[in-house]
Design a protein around this ligand. Structure first.
Ligand code: ACO
Length: 353
């Protein structure tokens, strides 16, 4: 029998909880529906670098069936076909098998791109045959695919390095960053950088903010960016708080920045209107921020995961921004729906290329 602890029992209103959950899921589903519909209007070729992975094959099936993308599974053709059959997926996947066929032109291209970075011709041939992340990166770089997804079966850094080396950043960018879109009941926020830059300087933070604001606009969200710290507008001054403050200055001095941004500020200042309107009424932000830029990778990665798990947010990402072509590096353990969603985001990006 339950012991009486003397404390009042906390009644959980499951109905209310479920309603809120539904409202939140509704919002993120709605946003993804818009993206996926846009993708369907002009589907693009998406190279799935881990083509033999079961989840990738299931995702390829859905992408093809629903007309969201034209998936290209990179990997051993026999294995892919056997797996698709075993899974009962009735489709003819497009496969690029690095070990069969003549891919010398990919190896030559990789060699050309990396020979002054220490890569020999033999190594280039080996990488194209053996490492599907290099293969898919060259495929996108060469224009044989419009976008690339990877990451399910690799450590994040090792999946990210080939596209960084082969595809690289966009002409107006120097840094890539990983962004999560989190949807709550009444709001959507974009968190950056959650996956790439370990210890960003002011110029990196400023650039990440611009990329993330651009991404927010792609989801029809008007960006209001906060540069986060443990200090509010100079309340603590040291090297750590100076970087986000300098980043804000860089953005305020940049004539091309056409969104509101301010900081450095604490996370609660950024998201609570009463604090922004009260103590910090001078801030450029009149409403809570929806682009949260974290001061370093520890904060960003930990922050979004806490929001997702404890704050009950629906998360879409990580979306890699700043790249020359659409590339997204998934996390190990991501689900088929995550792959499909990110492929949809990649297709919409590729439509604008
Ligand atoms: N943006 C764009 N390009 C970059 C960046 C960046 N932030 N960092 C490195 N590069 C480029 C380099 O310029 C280089 O190109 P080059 O060879 O043509 O000159 C190439 O990428 C490789 O760079 P290296 O310096 O050789 O590689 P490094 O070992 O530093 O790897 C990496 C870069 C993978 C991004 C590294 O910084 C890293 O591991 N970051 C953290 C990733 C991580 O662990 N994330 C957290 C977990 S992920 C999760 O939770 C999903």
């Amino acid at each position: 029998a339950a012991m009486d602890s003397g404390c009042a029992r906390i009644e959980l209103d499951t109905e209310e909880y479920e309603e809120r959950l539904e409202a939140r899921l509704g919002k993120s589903r709605e946003m993804m529906r818009v993206v996926l519909n846009k993708a369907k209007s002009n589907p693009k070729r998406v190279a799935l670098a881990e083509g033999t992975d079961e989840k990738m094959i299931r995702a390829a099936y859905q992408l093809q069936e629903q007309g969201i993308a034209d998936p290209v599974l990179v990997g051993n053709e026999t294995k892919i076909q056997q797996t698709a059959e075993r899974l009962g997926l009735d489709f003819e996947p497009t496969v690029a098998d690095p070990r069969s066929g003549d891919w010398d032109h990919y190896a030559n291209r990789l060699y050309e791109l990396r020979r002054r970075k220490g890569l020999t011709k033999n190594e280039a041939h080996e990488l194209v045959r053996r490492d599907t992340n290099y293969f898919a990166s060259v495929m996108v770089e060469e224009g044989d695919a419009d976008a690339m997804l990877t990451g399910l079966t690799h450590h994040y850094p090792s999946a990210l390095r080939p596209p960084l080396q082969v595809i690289g950043t966009a002409p107006d960018a120097n840094y890539a960053a990983g962004v999560y879109m989190l949807t709550f009941k009444n709001r959507v926020i974009f968190c950056a950088d959650t996956t790439v830059n370990l210890a960003p300087d002011a110029d990196v933070l400023a650039e990440i903010t611009k990329h993330t604001a651009d991404l927010a606009r792609r989801f029809n969200v008007e960006p209001r960016a906060a540069m986060l710290s443990y200090s509010n507008f100079g309340s603590v001054t040291n090297e750590g708080t100076r970087k986000p403050r300098d980043a804000v200055k860089l953005l305020h001095d940049d004539p091309n920045v056409d969104f509101d941004v301010d900081g450095e500020m604490q996370a609660d200042t950024a998201v609570v209107e009463e604090i922004l309107e009260g103590t910090y009424e001078f801030s450029e932000l009149d409403e809570p921020a929806n682009v949260l830029v974290f001061p370093n990778l520890e904060a960003g990665n930990i922050g979004y995961k806490l929001l997702q798990r404890l704050g009950g947010a629906e998360a879409i990402g990580p979306m890699l921004v700043g790249m020359d072509k659409p590339v997204h590096v998934l996390q190990r353990g991501d689900e088929v729906k995550d792959i499909v969603n990110l492929a949809g985001v990649a297709v919409v990006d590729a439509q604008d290329e």
